[in-house]
Design a protein around this ligand. Sequence first.
Ligand SMILES: C[S@@+](CC[C@H](N)C(=O)[O-])C[C@H]1O[C@@H](n2cnc3c(N)ncnc32)[C@H](O)[C@@H]1O
Length: 278
Amino acid sequence: MTSTIDITTDQALKARHRAVWALGDYPAVAIDVIPELGPELVAASGVRAGDRVLDVAAGSGNAAVPAALTGASVVASDLTPELFGAGREFADRHGVQLAWEEGDAEALPYEDAAFDVVLSCVGVMFAPHHQRAADEIVRVCRPGGTIGLLSWTPDGFVGQLFKAMKAYAPPPPHGVQPPPLWGDEDHVRALLGDRVTDVVARKQTLSTDLFPTPDKWLAYWKTVYGPTIAVYRGIADDPERVAALDRELTAVAARFDRGTDATVMEWEYLIVTARKRV
Ligand SMILES: C[S@@+](CC[C@H](N)C(=O)[O-])C[C@H]1O[C@@H](n2cnc3c(N)ncnc32)[C@H](O)[C@@H]1O
């Protein structure tokens, strides 16, 4: 049984995570850098008009809004309601309506089997306890329904970015798992277990030429991406560590630059779709 201390510790951890994701301007990342990922996940998951869809860790609606554009009835759920204002504007621009509801992926406030499709686009991977979150996703999906997950891979750009930042951040609390593990097919298969069938997994790459140089990418990223802003805040009084982290992150960006004349960064992700066993 979970003790009161565990609940208090967990609430404090989630409050910190919420504060991190509210830093900077995450909706700009979703709109400017990774806008194709939401539609990609919605298409891979076969979302159709009339489906009841839950987007877990929906942020500003990168997957939820394209899902609503199919005619599905969509709930966008996230730990960080600070992102919903941008999400509502994004939905308005596309002329769709959806429900925006605060919720922790590890304790979803929905009944069993409430949704036909449960999605998460680079979202649930940031919930700290992977099995708890996976169990919740399976629980709220109806038997025969679809689960669709899109996650950054450990060896891809974002996975390597988190690996580089780790040495500059305080150690995570006991039991917290690294987000990019959700980009490992075997890990996701083990999390979902025999509660699902028809598992399809494939790695793909997002290419972006938005940043003329790795330095320019880092300058942008340090203003928009909450987890990176938080790590820099933690070492702000140590200019040598700041400079060292700058060098490491720029080097990661340069390693994933596949361009010739201009910088073209490639960011690998894993898409997994599965059917909940009937
Ligand atoms: C990289 S953003 C992805 C947002 C959106 N799905 C997208 O594709 O742009 C990660 C999201 O996970 C959310 N998140 C982190 N931990 C969470 C948790 N325990 N429960 C629900 N959402 C969480 C953050 O608030 C943030 O919106």
